[in-house]
Design a binder for this molecule. Structure first.
Ligand code: BES
Ligand code: MN
Length: 443
């Protein structure tokens, strides 16, 4: 045990340097201009694992599909097989002006390492590399690897990849390092994740723009019409008003009001929407947000009736629901609520299934023991998250017997996807230690 602790401390400076190198790669999977960077991050990821003695290969579902890194390093005969999952692509950094240091230049401030991907999910990759580096050639289990390059854009080719490489991905246990912990100093196992359905809807009310003074009052403009459609998505309490969506019970944890206020980024005076406990609203009830709008800019808006307007609807669905059901419910709702004879067309952007994990059995015991040890006696809580990792449901479909451990490096102030994303370095050390201890316990 002290050996493993000492080993983690010994490998940590190198892990930190390698993480910084990964963060410098702008592997934004949503940006067609930067797909070559996604190739670079796949190669760098493969090199990092190869250096730990993993036999790696960069694979794709078909020519030109996003690159995933798979691999294997054998442990003792008869030891279980553990698949390590993370993703090497990242979200767009968006407006550089919102960052306190350059998004692609990893920068330490007050115990955090800032940069896009510094947590989500390049630190997840490095937690895996770290655990391997701790053991060198005395690996207690057989390790397999799946680091995907399209998680942040909905993992479109995942099913094909899982089919194509089924034999090389099969495992007894899978460690998904893409979630986080409950608080600084309090570890967690993530036991539920919401699914996601994203749909673009376009409303059209005119065949072309016309003078707003000549025709306003008789012909509805598309932007106002779209706003009315959007306003039907919630009731007056702020609950989702789409009929037929599923809700369920949440993990038994208390999320204190002060923490919600501090961590959510809600502006002063903002009221919570919806009903039910806060963790139900965040983890096990559906939510609907508008994450983009195509409409004329205010600066330069002319006195014309806008003929067409488009919105992106991002719907999170509860564990127990399916994307098929939720999409059908949403489309039915939209069709039934377009006023004034306007036409509404839609395009599905992406979907990912929700997950509910039964966190009982030997693998979970091994994980809880490892976490408690790494956090000096503080036991992990079972928590849900409102975000999505479509891979989990796909993987369980392919390998229903596997135990899924959802871990990760995030803490309540990580700001994944936002400006000033940052990794809490002291907690990261515990994450690496916990994963090393987990591999030992599983062995
Ligand atoms: N790491 C997140 C998932 C997550 C979110 C875990 C919040 C814990 C808390 C992951 O990288 C992610 O953002 N996933 C996308 C998936 C989508 C594109 C299908 C998401 O949730 O938006
Ligand atoms: Mn992630």
């Amino acid at each position: 045990m002290t050996d493993i602790r000492a080993q983690v401390q010994a490998v940590l400076p190198g892990i930190r340097t390698d993480l910084e190198d990964l963060v410098r790669i702008q592997s934004v999977s949503a940006d067609p201009e930067r797909l070559s960077e996604v190739e670079v991050s796949a190669q760098r990821t493969a090199d990092l694992f190869a250096a730990e003695g993993v036999e790696v290969e960069i694979v794709r579902a078909y020519d030109g599909a996003p690159p995933a890194v798979i691999g294997e390093k054998k442990g003792p005969e008869g030891a279980p097989t553990v698949l390590l999952y993370a993703h090497h692509d990242v979200q767009p950094e968006n407006d550089h002006a919102d960052w306190d240091s350059p998004p692609w230049e990893p920068t330490e401030r007050d115990g955090r390492l800032y940069g896009r991907g510094a947590a989500d999910d390049k630190a997840g990759i490095m937690a895996h590399v770290g655990a391997l580096r701790v053991y060198g050639d005395d690996l207690p289990v057989t390790v397999r690897l799946f680091i995907e390059g399209e998680e942040e854009v909905g993992s479109d080719t995942l099913v094909e990849l899982l089919e194509k490489y089924q034999q090389r991905l099969e495992a007894d246990v899978i460690v998904i390092a893409d979630s986080g912990n409950w608080d600084i100093g309090v570890p967690a196992l993530t036991t539920s994740l919401r699914g996601l359905v994203r749909v673009d809807v376009e409303v059209r009310t005119l065949t072309h723009a016309v003078h707003s003074g000549m025709w306003g009052g008789l012909v509805p403009d598309a932007l106002m019409t779209l706003a009315r459609v959007i306003s039907t998505l919630h009731d007056d309490n702020g609950d989702v008003a789409v009929a037929g969506l599923h809700s369920g019970p949440a993990a038994d944890v208390e999320y204190p009001e002060e923490r919600l206020r501090a961590e959510s980024g809600a502006a002063p005076g903002i009221e919570w929407i919806g009903t039910g406990s806060s963790v139900e609203r965040l983890w096990t009830k559906p939510s609907l947000s508008i994450t983009g709008l195509d409409a004329p800019k205010v600066a330069g808006a002319s006195n014309t009736l806008v003929p067409a307007a488009k919105a992106r609807i991002s719907m999170r669905i509860a564990p127990g629901d399916t994307t098929e059901n939720a999409l059908a419910c949403l489309l039915r709702h939209l069709e039934a609520n377009v006023p004034w004879g306007a036409t509404l067309t839609h395009t599905v952007v992406d979907t990912g299934e929700a997950t509910q994990i039964d966190a009982t059995g030997p693998a979970y015991d091994a994980a809880r023991a490892a976490f408690t040890e790494a956090w000096d006696g503080t036991e992990p809580v079972d928590m849900g998250v409102g975000g999505s990792i479509p891979f989990i449901a796909e993987f369980l479909e392919a390998f229903p017997q596997a135990s899924v451990l959802v871990t990760g490096v995030e803490d309540p102030d990580t700001r994944a996807h936002g400006a000033n994303e940052g990794l809490h370095l002291a907690e990261f050390e515990k994450v690496v230690l916990a994963e090393a201890l987990l591999l030992r316990n599983l062995g």
